[in-house]
Ligand binder design. Structure first.
Ligand SMILES: Nc1ncnc2c1ncn2[C@@H]1O[C@H](COP(=O)(O)OP(=O)(O)OP(=O)(O)O)[C@@H](O)[C@H]1O
Length: 587
């Protein structure tokens, strides 16, 4: 753990200075106790010998002053190191996560990042000082005391020494169990945090199901599990904790028994016996503290490990000589295979989209359509084969060039809790008013903005909650227009939109596709989008099942013809339903 912390510490010199100061303080403490022997020998006589005690008293006083001065120096160094570590680690993590593949950011990992930069970094920095430094003292003071004890009476020193291996053995076991208990508790805490967020998000569903007051079953399960884990941790650590305490108490009794025996047999003088008993108390005290510190040290080790595991996630490989210009907007997959861990998603996929063409991706759910778009935008890298954009493998392209030329319109568009204007400007912060207006008009967003109470300055709410799904998708399409992206990847809404939104989005997509310099790939669910495509790629089970023009594939009577028929039936059912609803309203 020390190696890990040293590596992570933004200023290793400060770390070393802090450790060195604490080591000197611990050794000084032991040596100052050793001065008790000559002082007590000189003073505990029928006629106290102040002259003999004076030099030792002076050395002791100077030692105490040095100890005090070093403590004064060490305290701010410790605080600085703690603040330095927290700030540095947070920057370190943030710098690293912007280099990770976008596909890495699952909701579970997002909550891990949040926890790493808040609780884990805080814990590592705080405990590094409040626990790490006392742990150095608690380990070094007993060692110094053993060395001092050897100068007084070697037999007593051997008893001190004999306690150490037993203490270390029981301490190691206690520490390991405390570490496991902490990891389990952390897992249970994370589960509760996740369920609490879910509980907030699912309030409308829960209330609709009449569960608004009682809360979610899943949340209660998580709380019960947490209680169970907490109890299990406590009962598991009881035995090793008690064993350690038994070793410490047994050790102390052994010291007293041997000390009294040596005193009665005349081997030890009164001053030496008293000094050794004082040393024994100071020997046992930090040793006893270790049991409390060890649990916290393991918790700190777990926190450092969690931060480290994020830092160990491999970043997207960067080419040594990246290509920084796209010659054209053509897209090509050459024998691409890709799996999400053990889940195969694409297998030997090969296709080509001409620059300026519109390609419709179709296929049953899970056939790999979204994965194709993710590989083009390099959210992930292919396991085998190559994905080329503008004739260049995406791994050889400067990532910012690729992202500048690609716009992705997801089904579920995320908007920031800001004005609609700022949400558009994300695509191009320096866009002029005219460019914004033009992009909004092309995406048919202008009619939405006209209806909003503060027009362009209307805040869209958390995650864009003030707008409907279709309206959010129009914002996303407007971003693609504003960005003048040469490649647009669209995941058309699979569920039914209201007719106004559906028409507007279809027209906006058609507008994007009209630009002869723009290549559009659309995961299509509507017959009109399918019919308008230049080219169709039908996927099935992660393989290319058919390719051709929409007319050719309808004729072929394969998977595309079947899906086209299904989409048409779904659409006519939707139109009939919408018509009936309209009729019902009028009658
Ligand atoms: N993030 C992920 N982690 C693990 N497996 C995934 C992930 N995303 C997709 N998959 C799996 O990869 C396969 C292809 O999924 P993909 O989302 O590309 O299909 P799709 O055709 O877009 O499906 P849909 O139409 O339902 O969105 C499926 O088996 C899916 O379960």
């Amino acid at each position: 753990m020390i190696r890990n912390l040293y590596r992570l510490w933004p200023n290793p010199k400060l770390f070393m200075r802090m450790g060195a100061l604490q080591t000197v303080l611990a050794i000084l403490q032991g040596l100052l106790l050793g001065l008790l022997v000559p002082i007590l020998t000189a003073l505990l006589q029928p006629k106290p010998d102040f002259a003999a005690a004076s030099p030792w008293l002076i050395v002791g006083t100077i030692g105490l002053i040095v100890y005090w001065v070093l403590t004064v120096i060490a305290t701010p160094v410790g605080f600085d190191a703690s603040i330095d570590l927290a700030a540095g680690l947070r920057h370190h993590v943030m710098r690293h996560i912007v280099t990770l593949p976008l596909g890495w950011f699952t909701s579970e990992r997002k909550s891990r990042i949040a926890r790493a930069v808040t609780a884990d970094v805080g814990m590592a920095a705080h405990l590094g000082i409040t626990i790490g430094l006392p742990a150095i003292t608690s380990a070094l003071v007993p060692i110094t005391i053993i060395a001092v004890a050897f100068t007084i009476e070697w037999r007593m020193a051997l008893v001190f020494l004999a306690i150490i291996p037993f203490a270390l053995l029981t301490l190691r076991r206690a520490g390991r169990i405390a570490g496991i208990a902490d990891a389990e508790l952390e897992e249970a805490n994370r589960e509760i945090a996740g369920r609490a967020i879910e509980l907030g998000q699912a309030q409308s569903v829960l209330r609709a199901a009449g569960q608004g007051r009682t809360g979610s079953m899943r949340m209660r399960e998580a709380l019960d599990e947490h209680r169970l884990v907490y109890r299990r941790g406590l009962s598991r650590s009881m035995l090793p904790d008690l064993s350690f305490i038994a070793v410490v108490m047994g050790g102390f009794i052994a010291i007293i028994v041997v000390g009294v025996h040596l005193f009665l047999s005349g081997t030890l003088s009164v001053p030496k016996t008293i000094a050794l008993l004082v040393l024994a108390v100071r020997f046992m005290e930090p040793l006893g503290n270790l049991i409390e510190l060890i649990g916290a040290l393991h918790a700190m080790q777990n926190a450092v490990g969690r931060v480290q595991s994020i830092l160990d996630t491999p970043a997207l490989p960067v080419s040594a000589k990246p290509v920084n210009q796209l010659k054209h907007a053509g897209i090509e997959f050459k024998d691409v295979t890709f799996s999400y861990g053990d889940t195969p998603a694409l297998s030997h996929v090969t296709f080509h989209c001409r620059p300026g063409s519109t390609t419709a991706l179709v296929g049953p759910s899970g056939s790999g359509k979204t994965t194709v778009t993710r590989l083009i935008a390099r959210f992930f890298d292919a396991d085998a084969g190559s994905v080329c954009v503008g004739g260049v493998d995406v791994r050889e392209l400067d990532h910012s060039v690729l992202l500048n030329d690609i716009a992705v319109v997801f089904q579920d568009v995320y908007l920031f809790d800001d004005t609609i204007e700022e949400n558009l400007r994300i695509a191009r912060p320096d866009a002029t008013r005219e460019e914004l207006t033009e992009a909004a008009r092309s995406a048919r967003l202008d009619e939405v903005i006209d209806r909003l109470p503060h027009g362009w300055n209307t805040r869209v709410g958390e995650a864009g909650g003030q707008l409907s799904g279709g309206e959010r998708q129009r914002v996303s399409i407007a971003r693609a227009f504003l960005k003048k992206a040469r490649i647009v990847l669209i995941d058309e809404a699979a569920s039914a939109l209201d007719p106004a939104n559906e028409r507007a989005i279809a027209e906006a997509i058609a507008g994007l596709a009209r630009d002869p310099n723009r290549t559009v790939i659309v995961i299509a669910h509507r017959p009109s989008t399918l019919a308008a495509a230049d080219h169709v790629i039908a996927l099935d089970g992660g393989r290319v099942a058919e390719t051709g023009t929409p007319a050719e594939l309808r004729q072929a009577g394969g998977i595309f013809a079947r899906l086209y028929g299904q989409y048409e039936r779904a659409r006519s059912w939707h139109i009939t339903k919408a018509g009936m609803t309209e009729q019902d309203r009028r009658s």
